[in-house]
Design a protein. Structure first.
Length: 455
């Protein structure tokens, strides 16, 4: 099997990553009761070696295939990036460039068949957006043939970081050029999901204690976290939703299935044009082991995945146009269930004229812990352009008054032209999505480039 490396940048990235590794360990311990170090575990974990350096067939001293990066004083002995993209990217990025290259190289050397880098960071702050994009550029230059999938947390529209529009525009420019796929996440959408679950009777949305009741295993106690049922940290419920999404996305890479979807197939099937690689995610069900919520029927599960309420990004794909979509199922979902629901959804969803049957389907046999089945929906949808428009509007309000620009221009090696270059790039991205939306409304087939064969 192939391996993947997770790169967590900044406070947000590391908090989500922490939940991901904890949930991943418990998912594998539930599916692998004999604690055998197999190809599924090797996707994200390195096993310890015997005293003589030899191979150990059982789980012993697992280490995550991860690179953790942060610039806060509580993590490393330097000051943070101060919510400034230029400090994270130009100052710390250049200062620690060689160290970053070296730590990534060491992580890759421990992989037999590296397939993908998963990056997790936020766009509103300084370390995540600035240093995260610097790392993304390193990967694009040094490992151009390895997939780069970025989970990018967008700032809320009522974000209290005054410079977040600058940071977001600067970060999005690099994401558009250097990532293979971007999974946008919205704090507002996550908070709304958690609040709705609590209102429906789920006391602790997606809490780990509901998982551990099901995750009985014979793994060494030292392998699993001992901080399972403790006082929850802020944003744990929201971070668990994102971590679960990543587990569902990679389930086919880790477990057997009737229609496994390789990571490479995500980009191949859902990204029709290089820059249009923003995939909106939704997953259902979310209240995995809560006894007060009745289990959702399979047909209802498919319907829920295309409602606005369960999108992990504040958008309404059903009111916009799909370029492509993927349905990644886990557990007891049959082929007839899938076929029936796709036919039903096709009648109410609008796809671009040249890809009306643009569905990618995957099925992993191993369900999430505590659930009989689940569904992760990925949508390349023109709805994303609405957020791009909002970001550009907030950016323009600051930039046309040159407000707070000196915080960026005073940083050595920062080029002020980056503001215009990246805002123009985001405007162009918005126009491309908007053009496809208008063509779809009119039913116009776009002019696609054709291969010219010379005599």
């Amino acid at each position: 099997m192939t391996q993947s490396i997770v790169i967590q940048v900044g406070q947000c990235g590391n908090q989500i990553g922490n939940r991901f590794w904890d949930l991943a360990l418990r998912e594998h311990s539930a599916a692998n009761e004999k604690a055998i170090y197999d190809s599924a575990l090797s996707t994200f974990f390195i096993n310890g070696a015997a005293n003589d350096g030899g191979y150990l067939p059982t789980v012993s001293g697992l280490k995550a295939r991860a690179v953790l990066v942060d610039m806060e004083e509580g993590v490393v002995d330097v000051s943070g990036s101060g919510n400034n993209w230029a400090v994270g990217n130009c100052y710390y990025g250049h200062q620690y460039h060689e160290e970053l290259v070296d730590v990534i190289r060491k992580a890759t050397e421990l992989c037999d068949c590296l397939q993908c880098f998963f990056l997790i960071y936020s766009l509103g702050g300084g370390t995540g957006s600035g240093l995260g994009t610097h790392l993304l550029n390193i990967l694009a230059e040094d490992y151009p043939n390895i997939y780069r999938i970025v989970t990018a947390v967008f700032p809320s529209m009522d974000d209290d970081v005054i410079t977040s529009p600058y940071n977001t525009v600067l970060g999005l420019g690099q994401l558009t050029e250097s990532a293979d796929c971007v999974l946008p996440i919205d704090n507002s959408a996550l908070a709304n999901i958690v609040n709705r679950l609590k209102e429906a009777g789920v006391k602790q949305a997606c809490r780990l204690h509901t998982i551990t009741e099901k995750a009985k295993s014979h793994w060494p106690a030292t392998t699993l976290s001992r901080t399972t049922i403790t006082k929850s940290k802020p944003f744990d419920d929201m971070n668990n939703i994102v971590a679960t999404m990543l587990l569902n996305l990679t389930s086919s890479s880790r477990f057997e299935g009737t229609m496994n979807v390789d990571i490479s197939e995500i980009s191949m099937n859902l990204v029709p044009f290089p820059r249009l690689h923003y995939l909106i995610t939704a997953q259902t069900p979310l209240a995995n082991a809560d006894r007060t919520i009745a289990p959702r029927k399979i047909d209802q599960m498919f319907s829920d995945a295309f409602t606005r309420d369960l999108q992990l990004f504040s958008a309404d794909p059903c009111r916009n146009t799909y370029l492509a979509a993927a349905l990644l199922m886990r557990g007891s979902v049959t082929a007839s269930d899938t076929r029936r629901n796709i036919e039903r959804l096709q009648q109410r969803l609008r796809f671009v004229p040249w890809n009306r049957e643009g569905w990618k389907v995957g099925h992993c046999l191993v369900p999430p812990i505590g659930l009989p089945y689940s569904l992760l929906a990925l949508s390349n949808n023109t709805a994303i352009r609405e957020r791009f428009s909002d970001i550009l509007e907030r950016f323009s309000k600051l930039y046309k008054r040159k407000a707070h620009l000196h915080h960026y221009t005073n940083v050595d090696s920062f080029d002020p032209d980056l503001f215009k270059v990246n805002s123009d790039s985001l405007e162009d991205l918005y126009q491309q999505y908007d053009h496809l939306e208008k063509q779809s409304e009119l039913g116009i087939m776009p002019r696609l480039p054709r291969l010219q064969i010379s005599d």
